[in-house]
Design a protein around this ligand. Sequence first.
Ligand code: SF4
Ligand code: SF4
Length: 289
Amino acid sequence: MPSIKSQKYIVKPSDSREWIIIQSNSGLAVDTELRMLDYHYDCQPKQIEVNGEKIYCSQLCCYAGCYVSEDEIKSVEAILPKIKPLLKKDSLELLEKVKDQIFVLEDYDKDEKLYKTRTAPEEWEFSDNDEEKEEVGEKDIKEENESESLEIEEENYEDEEEEKEIPKNHCLFLTDKGLCALHQYYNDNGINWVKEKFNICVTFPLDIRPQDKTLAFMDEFDSFTYFNVDCISKDEDKKIELGMPQIIDSMKYAIVHRFSLEWWEALSAFSKDYRAGKIDLDFIYKEMD
Ligand code: SF4
Ligand code: SF4
């Protein structure tokens, strides 16, 4: 198998040319999506102006809550009384109404085995309700589609208009200052938030999977926010002008925590060589072509 070796890394072909296996000197080999080796990103929550209104950009990425595991729910439930003083008034009212249940039971991702956190003041409506779809027969759907086609077109148009509004809902844990209450609690109490905070909120927009030894972008991460925001803009030049670092560097804390500092150093060294045009991918993939 063709490979390229340096002092810090060995790289080998993956299953497709969009990926590459990067191995550190200790032998840890992680299948890595190539496009993240030259992508600028940084999460610096700040106030921005949308439709003439000043909002925190986190209102655009934390508006629908996030998907979390059962273990993560249990950990946060254990500290909920300490988190409550940091929450907005509408989040507290919601928690009282739902008896402190922080997740939506019906919104369960069976494939990933994850629940979604609640949003305040009302629950974010999800459209993927499979059970509801199964209850409606195919014939009914066809008839409904035919008789209501005009209405649906109008609704879609209205939806598009509505999408220009700033989201009214927010994750239960989003504070008045546009920060995550969990993040703030862990920081204030000297607890490592990279270890304790919900995984998806630590690693976004990356999908870091130590169990599979893979590192990639999350699916459709660049359409994740409610409006376009600079941090995941498709315009790399603009992000460079804004001084955003490479994602490998700004997300170092998460990559190191999940894979080790030694592996991050291998990734960093390879990324630099890759961006400098020193890597001959045709050589690596010559047996595949
Ligand atoms: S991910 Fe982007 S939109 Fe969300 S808080 Fe960070 S900088 Fe703001
Ligand atoms: S838990 Fe925190 S970071 Fe995650 S979506 Fe909610 S407010 Fe945002």
